[in-house]
Design a protein around this ligand. Structure first.
Ligand SMILES: Cc1cc2nc3c(=O)[nH]c(=O)nc-3n(C[C@H](O)[C@H](O)[C@H](O)COP(=O)(O)OP(=O)(O)OC[C@H]3O[C@@H](n4cnc5c(N)ncnc54)[C@H](O)[C@@H]3O)c2cc1C
Length: 535
């Protein structure tokens, strides 16, 4: 058993920020675990467009208004205000000064503020189109300088340790649910450890991989959401899964994100026969309409006309040199896939991109379980409401990673010797009698089944029949996977499969329960609450 003051599960922008803030106090022992061998691997790493700051003609009120408008009436004004007020100074302090991220500047050394969809001001800081890579590299370099932070890679959290569930004391049943760390699977040794902690921060990121088409990397399978749900945490807004309108639709490079910034810099969506169509769906914003509107417009074009994709044309609106300078990764990746974006339009389709809902947290990142915090994409602060405004998620991870750490620090200062269970208080993981290794074909097959169900029945356009069908099929699958899980030795893939089916059910059930179309949750069979924004 390993004891630590604070256990942070996940090492993207949210987890790394929380660890960095806590590390200010050299008395604190912090353990950060991540399931991948390389700590950089995370959704954070793939963020392209950038991170919201405060542009030259910008203000807290203007930023707040843009977030609330994108959130389709469901964003928490309090959370949005926290982000708009605290975000820009934390960005400077943590990302620029501590992590040394060099955001793009002009020849005079002034920061370049980018434009993205549904932002009324130029306020996005970026590092070419590799912003996430620059951020996570800087944060991990900074973390490695902190001698009181232990970073453990290849460690997959299996379940949270919560009392009364894992307590040996029958009287614990009368106490609130309290988290004391996590059981983790060591992928190298193939053993299970107990990490016991006074405070735990879930920072495990999103769930895009439960869908067939997604921009998310393989690790985004909703692990943290499933862990928290099994422990009894309150989950909110799970139906609001944002679909990015433009993922590359070229065989072999599917899912690669074509950043919103491409439309921000003048890119126009075209049908395969060259007709610009966004004005038909959003006369005011056209190609810079909120994501949900653009994604559904593309879906509608594809469905009604039988297109396999639509096109995104930047070549006619920017010089070749400017394209290569502003979008070097997109240019190189598309070129490798056979598309020269300086000369021809890019084939694109919508893909699952971001989870606006998640583990409910308050303004300090506290979940409904005692001692359990959540930050970043796994959490729901209420900021994104029914639809996230572009480039606010990195900033949310930064602000709430910092806030969760601040709250933990204050609490530890008030109660310097918090109760941490001892070796005999938490039962070791029991795998006795399990000899069979998980069959990778079963894991892959079941995962693909989940992804197909979610894509067809819980996707961009939903209705009661599709959702009920999804829930029936997912329940059946969950029973099968549960048997598989209980009769097989643990592996990272099996842990992910168990979590994916649980999270798919959470999303499908929330979507069936919510009959009102709003933001990125679109029900064909319900009356719109947004009138003119629906198609
Ligand atoms: C292609 C792409 C482009 C994007 N572009 C932008 C953008 O331009 N601007 C913007 O603001 N947002 C963007 N986003 C969204 C943004 O990147 C994410 O929302 C954000 O990075 C999430 O950060 P996080 O710290 O919450 O999670 P992540 O960065 O995903 O980190 C999760 C961490 O948890 C670990 N983990 C997961 N499960 C377990 C487990 N069971 N046990 C142990 N560790 C675990 C992972 O290994 C990882 O270290 C983009 C997302 C994608 C996919």
């Amino acid at each position: 058993m390993i004891q630590t003051k604070v256990l942070i599960i996940g090492c993207g922008i949210a987890g790394a920020t929380a660890a960095l803030r806590l590390a200010h106090n050299s008395q604190r022992q912090i353990t950060v675990i991540t399931r991948t061998p390389d700590p950089h691997e995370s959704n954070t790493r793939y963020a392209q467009g950038g991170i919201v700051g405060r542009g030259a003609d910008d203000s807290v009120e203007i930023c707040l208004a843009d977030i609330l408008a994108a959130g389709a009436g469901a964003s928490s004004p309090q959370a949005a205000r926290i982000l708009a007020e605290e975000g820009p100074s934390l960005l400077r302090e943590i990302l620029i000064e501590t992590a040394g991220v060099q955001f793009d500047q002009n020849a005079d050394g002034q920061l370049i503020w980018g434009q993205e969809a549904a932002h009324s001001r130029r306020r996005i800081l970026h590092v070419g189109d590799g912003t996430g890579q620059a951020i996570i590299t800087g944060l991990i370099v900074a973390l490695r300088r902190c001698s009181n932070v232990t970073m453990v890679t290849d460690a997959t959290a299996v379940d949270l340790i919560t009392f009364p569930h894992h307590s040996r004391d029958p009287l614990a049943a009368y106490q609130p649910i309290t988290c004391y760390g996590a059981y983790t699977f060591d992928r190298q040794e193939r053993t299970i450890h107990r990490y016991v902690a006074a405070n735990t921060v879930l920072a495990t990121g999103g769930l895009g991989r439960i869908y067939r088409n997604t921009t998310n990397p393989p690790g985004a399978r909703g692990d943290g959401l499933a862990l928290a749900h099994r422990a009894g945490a309150r989950i909110v807004n799970a139906e609001y899964v944002q679909f990015h309108p433009t993922a590359l639709a070229v065989p072999g490079a599917e899912g690669f994100l074509i950043s919103e910034a491409v439309r921000g810099e003048g890119g126009i969506l075209l049908s395969p026969d060259g007709r610009a169509f966004m004005a038909d769906y959003s006369p005011q914003w056209k190609d810079l309409a909120p994501r949900d509107v653009v994604a559904r417009a593309i879906h509608h074009q594809m469905e009604t006309n039988g297109y396999s994709h639509v096109l995104l044309d930047i070549a006619s609106h920017m010089s070749a040199d400017a394209i290569r300078a502003r979008f070097p990764n997109i240019y190189a990746t598309c070129l490798k896939a056979g598309i020269d974006i300086t000369r021809e339009p890019i084939p694109v389709v919508p893909a699952a991109h971001y989870s606006c809902g998640g583990v409910w947290v308050d303004e300090w990142g506290r979940s409904s379980i005692e001692n359990l915090y959540a930050a970043g994409e796994v959490s729901c602060t209420g900021l994104h409401g029914a639809n996230r405004l572009a480039s606010t998620s990195l900033l949310e991870g930064l602000v709430w990673g910092n806030r969760a750490a601040q709250h933990i620090e204050d609490t530890l200062n008030q109660h310097p010797s918090p109760q941490i269970p001892g070796r005999d208080d938490v039962p070791p993981w029991d795998e006795s009698g399990l000899e069979a290794d998980a069959d990778p074909a079963l894991i892959q097959g079941d995962m693909q089944t989940i992804q197909n169900i979610m894509w067809h029945y819980v996707g961009l356009v939903r209705n009661a029949d599709r959702l009920s069908r999804a829930i029936r099929e997912l329940r059946h699958l969950q029973n099968e996977i549960d048997t598989f899980y209980r009769t097989t030795k643990l592996s990272d893939g099996l842990i992910g499969l168990r979590n994916a089916v649980e999270v798919a059910l959470i999303v499908a059930q929330a979507a069936r329960h919510n009959r009102a179309s709003r933001g990125c949750h679109y029900r064909q069979d319900s009356v719109s609450v947004e009138g003119d924004r629906l198609i």
